[in-house]
Ligand binder design. Structure first.
Ligand code: GTB
Length: 211
């Protein structure tokens, strides 16, 4: 069955791979599933045809036969559950990989998104500059905890999993800030993710549209 995802017609990041279709592309590349991409404009995202797929008018979406999904965590989990390569066969290890997926989107991503909000969306607000150090501190705190847990390991729980795919994708958003480099093991972890052939193919595919 054909898999179709949606992505920005033109990503605001100019092809740096930070829009969330990249993590879905990456998951599909890891499990060697071909996919098609439907590009949508910001205006089209808010129109009924796209809202029928994604109630919040965002990208990416995922279509496979009658199945329509939104939310990258759910999409990547769906891909990982149906194809070998992103979730370990052992039941407990599988549960831990899924735990790390949730940790990525539920614990790590929120403060990282706050940084984007304060630096870009609220940069013209009077409180913006005062708020910035608080947000950066919260991120540093989480990165410190994650860094301690990862230690010298390559991946969060043994072999590479969907948990790492989501975590690396979330951490990548920090790259422009330089904060990630304060934690050399996390910077190396992200670089390991980016070095995977599947990531490279996903990155190149979105860059071909946006760069
Ligand atoms: N929780 C949802 C998920 O994980 O799927 C979040 C989806 C989401 O935020 N989608 C964004 C979107 O559609 C694109 S990825 N935004 C349009 C809108 O809400 O109207 C977020 C994003 C956008 C731009 C950059 N960038 O330029 O660097 C990076 C990430």
């Amino acid at each position: 069955m054909t898999i179709t995802i949606t992505a920005f017609e033109r990503s605001p990041d100019g092809g740096k791979g930070l829009a969330r279709d990249t993590r879905v592309r990456w998951a599909l590349e890891e499990v060697a599933r071909p996919y098609e991409v439907r590009l949508v404009s910001f205006r089209a995202m808010k129109e009924p045809a796209h809202l029928a797929l994604h109630p919040f008018g965002q990208i990416p979406t995922y279509e496979e036969g009658d199945l329509v999904l939104f939310e990258t965590g759910a999409i990547v989990l769906h891909i990982a559950e149906r194809h070998a390569g992103l979730l370990p066969p052992d039941t407990d290890a599988r549960a831990r990989a899924i735990m790390w997926m949730f940790a990525a989107v539920n614990t790590m991503e929120p403060p990282i998104l706050e940084l984007v909000t304060v630096k870009i969306l609220e940069s013209d607000k009077p409180w913006s500059q005062a708020r910035l150090p608080l947000v950066v501190d919260r991120i540093r705190n989480r990165l410190g905890q994650l860094s301690s847990r990862l230690g010298d390991d390559d991946w969060l729980d043994g072999t590479f999993s969907a948990g790492d795919l989501m975590m690396v994708s979330v951490l990548l958003r920090l790259r422009p800030s330089g904060i990630l480099d304060e934690f050399p093991n996390l910077a190396a972890y992200v670089a390991r993710g980016e070095a995977r052939p599947g990531y490279k193919r996903a990155f190149d595919a979105q860059a071909a549209i946006n760069a």
